[in-house]
Design a protein around this ligand. Structure first.
Ligand code: NAD
Ligand code: WQD
Length: 337
């Protein structure tokens, strides 16, 4: 199948392309490299033996997207392109709405113009907001508590409404929990620009000596060890979920939504310990105040993805830490090395 992958040079997109090529799909990337490096294309070619087609086009650029659609004629789209930093989304909210919401509108308009009917969308567990119960299932009410989460929720609604107006189309919304880990080859992984906002890239940079110590944001939460608990999902498992979602989407019309997590929560201290074991390095840390907006604990009920998509996570935190360490130690400066 011809699959257009917006944001395909990014962290999750690139790992998904490896799985798509392995399944025999033809892939075309749309990416501006706003938060990624063209070096990813070389790594993808190394791993898969195929260099994906690339269009350096902004998903908001209607004329550019129309040209891409008309030349590639995708049979399905996986829409990763977007901005994802919660803190930044409060500082530049209009940019977040423009890229994440308007970008989705333009994508759908240009898909429709060429009769492309299937789209898999990168949503986030962030759409749920503060848990009314745990684990979150897909029926949990959505009440995002930050701008980033609002943009994802709005994009979900737009996709759902588009599907209703186009009854033979198919929308699969994937709500990711905490994507982490790297490709087993050590050739691809997460490469944040500047100091990482997220736990695992920060821990990896401390281990490799790029940063002195980790700040643990709060140790007085109502959790077993007082630190925040999350559902860390290996990026290769997440990538596999997109293949299952695509297979499902092309088979039937409608909109469906799935949690993509493991169902198990680990604390910040659990992750530090696991990373220390995998890397053989001590992870220096100090306890700091809570980060504004953080929740104590959340994790997925991924049962629906198991029953309907036939997908479940296969990798645990050991694999997550081993693969992250291989990527970080082989590429201490990420793709910029
Ligand atoms: P990423 O930043 O590595 O990848 C996003 C890609 O989109 C980048 O390559 C970037 O250059 C590109 N991009 C950004 N704006 C663009 C635009 N206007 N036009 C074209 N390309 C553009 O992020 P990721 O971690 O791979 O996340 C992929 C998707 O998954 C995002 O939509 C994100 O919101 C969502 N998501 C991520 C996480 C996470 O923790 N990583 C969790 C839940 C959901
Ligand atoms: C995990 C835990 C922190 C950094 C974010 C987004 C979410 C989704 C995934 C996109 C928490 C603690 C972190 C550090 C720490 N992204 N921590 N020191 O906040 O669960 O989720 O990424 O959709 O929308 O909000 O992930 O990795 O930042 O934090 O102690 O330097 O690690 O307090 O308990 P989070 P995270």
């Amino acid at each position: 199948m011809r699959v257009l992958v917006t944001g395909g040079a990014g962290y999750i997109g690139s790992h998904t392309i490896v799985e798509l090529v392995a399944k025999g799909h033809d892939v075309c990337i749309v990416d501006t490299f706003r938060n990624s490096s063209p070096e990813v294309l070389n790594r993808l070619e190394e791993i898969t033996g195929v260099r994906p087609l690339l269009h350096k086009v902004d998903v908001r650029d209607r004329a550019g997207m129309k040209t891409v659609m008309e030349s590639y004629k995708p049979e399905a789209v996986i829409h990763f392109a977007g901005l994802k930093a919660v803190g930044e989304s409060a500082e530049i909210p209009l940019e977040y709405y423009d890229v994440n919401v308007q970008g989705t509108v333009v994508l759908l308009e240009t898909m429709q113009a060429v009769g492309c009917k299937t789209v898999v969308f990168s949503s986030s567990a962030t759409v749920y907001g503060a848990p009314q119960y745990l684990p979150y299932d897909e029926a949990h009410p959505c009440a995002p508590s930050n701008v980033y989460g609002q943009t994802k929720h709005m994009a979900e609604q737009i996709l759902t409404d588009w599907q209703l107006a186009n009854p033979d189309s198919s929308v699969v919304l994937l709500r990711y929990f905490n994507p982490v880990g790297a490709h087993s080859s050590g050739r691809m992984g997460e490469d944040p620009d500047g100091p990482p906002n997220n736990l695992m890239p920060f821990v990896a940079q401390v281990a490799v000596g790029r940063r002195e110590k980790l700040a643990v944001f709060g140790d007085d939460y109502d959790t077993p060890d007082g630190t925040g608990v999350r559902d860390y999902i290996h990026v290769t498992d997440l990538a596999r979920a997109h293949i299952s979602a695509l297979d499902y989407g092309v088979k039937q019309a409608g909109t469906d939504v799935f949690n993509i997590g493991t169902g198990t929560g680990y604390s910040v201290l659990d992750m530090i310990k696991a990373f220390s074991k995998a890397s053989g390095r001590e992870i220096a840390y100090e306890v700091a105040p809570r980060r504004v907006g953080d929740l104590a604990s959340y994790y997925a009920n991924p049962a629906k993805a198991g029953t309907v998509l036939g997908w479940s996570a296969e990798r645990g935190i050991e694999d997550i830490c081993t693969s992250t360490w291989k990527w970080q130690s082989d590429n201490p400066r990420g793709y910029g090395a």
